[in-house]
Design a protein around this ligand. Structure first.
Ligand code: FAD
Length: 341
């Protein structure tokens, strides 16, 4: 059997491993020993017991795949290097995704420590009276809504640099999110940025902000560092990996790239990562049979932003649906994905 090595066990990597393990001698390398449903992580911040519903050890859903828990440090045309060894490959899939602040997306950890981190943060949140959320895009808004609906007595402030909350989406969605925050006494300060993070926080308009706990909800960064030594020309100026129409690393037949780390111009979404995974799984099997590959067709996706358990916003291009249906949809999507694994 040909050797398939997959870097990263997020949405894309875990599905590719599951879909391909019967066809290839498959190895999954992930810096975590578990899959975590990232969109559900914000609920675990206010309800740590929710973590059991969104985390699963890789060895529990992969039957034939060899699993290595390690951080990949380098890749060349034949091998993937981890701390103490080199793993040869015939086919390689890079699905290393993106990094975010540690609490929300932890890069190098095991399940027991992850649960401990979430619990420690929860204990801190319980004691906090004043909560500051830096960033009012969909992550900051969802987190503020989770905290406000679980702990209505907390004094919550969002600081957002643009003129509106979730400003990248359509105006109706922003208005709904802003009205929700007003209704739940969440203060939001727009067009200001945090410039200093001492004991007394300051915005660029010299406003002082106090907080007992701070959640930073800004700054997604693609995980492509291990490609710098041998594939520097395949990394674009924003650190994404350049792919062709078939999701192959530009210029390489046997290396595929999936999920957040690709340079495809589309929202970095789990749904897109899943679609890349299905296409790459098919293309890998087609390569085995020497058949023509299928091209990736990027499409606008439905985005669901939850506002606590029972409210939310569904956005599809210029269409917006608000209220309980999108609120519940997020939980349904989470259950369906976890069942799939
Ligand atoms: C708070 C939050 C909420 C979100 N909500 C939604 C939503 O509602 N709907 C939606 O569609 N999308 C949502 N997203 C986006 C979605 O989570 C990402 O698009 C998705 O996780 C991308 O999947 P991926 O497989 O590309 O990468 P990731 O999920 O980032 O997985 C990458 C994996 O690779 C591992 N890894 C990284 N570097 C290395 C290395 N050097 N060596 C070994 N392993 C490595 C990581 O540990 C990780 O396990 C949300 C994101 C956040 C942060």
């Amino acid at each position: 059997m040909k050797k398939l090595v997959i870097i990263g066990g997020g949405f894309a990597g875990s599905l590719i491993a599951k879909n391909c393990e019967n066809y290839f001698d498959t190895t999954l390398i992930d810096s975590k020993d578990f899959f975590e449903f990232t969109p559900g992580i914000l609920r675990t911040i206010v309800q740590p017991s929710h973590a059991k519903k969104i985390q699963v050890l890789h060895k529990e859903y992969l039957k034939k795949t060899n699993f290595i828990r390690s951080l990949v440090t380098n890749v060349d045309k034949k091998y993937v290097s981890v701390k103490d060894k080199k793993i040869p490959y015939d086919y390689l899939v890079i699905a290393s995704g993106s990094s975010y602040v540690r609490l929300i997306k932890e890069l190098d950890t095991v399940l027991v420590s992850r649960i401990k981190t979430l619990q420690q943060n929860y204990d801190k949140l319980l004691k906090a009276k004043k909560v500051l959320i830096i960033g009012g895009s969909f992550v900051g808004v969802e987190l503020a809504a989770e905290i406000a609906t679980h702990f209505p007595d907390k004094n919550i402030t969002i600081i957002e640099a643009t003129p509106h909350l979730i400003s990248r989406n359509n105006p109706k969605a922003s208005t709904y999110a802003e009205d929700f925050m007003k209704k739940h006494n969440v203060k939001f300060i727009l067009e200001e940025k945090i410039i200093e993070k001492n004991k007394t926080l300051l915005t660029d308009k010299w406003r002082k902000v106090n907080a007992d706990i701070i959640f930073s909800c800004v700054g997604i960064k693609p995980n492509s560092l291990f490609m710098e030594k041998n594939f520097k020309d395949k990394i674009n100026e924003h650190c994404y990996l350049k792919v062709n129409d078939y999701l192959q690393l530009a210029g390489f037949n046997n290396i595929f790239v999936a999920g957040d780390v690709t340079d495809i111009k589309e929202e970095k979404l789990a749904q897109n990562a899943e679609n890349h995974a299905y296409l790459i799984s098919k293309n890998l099997k087609l390569l085995l049979k020497n058949k023509s590959l299928i091209a990736y067709n990027s499409k606008p996706r439905i985005m669901v932003i939850s506002l606590g358990k029972l409210d939310g916003i569904l956005i599809y291009k210029q269409f917006t649906l608000t209220g309980i249906i999108p609120g519940i949809m997020k939980t349904v999507i989470e259950k369906m994905f976890m069942r799939k694994l």
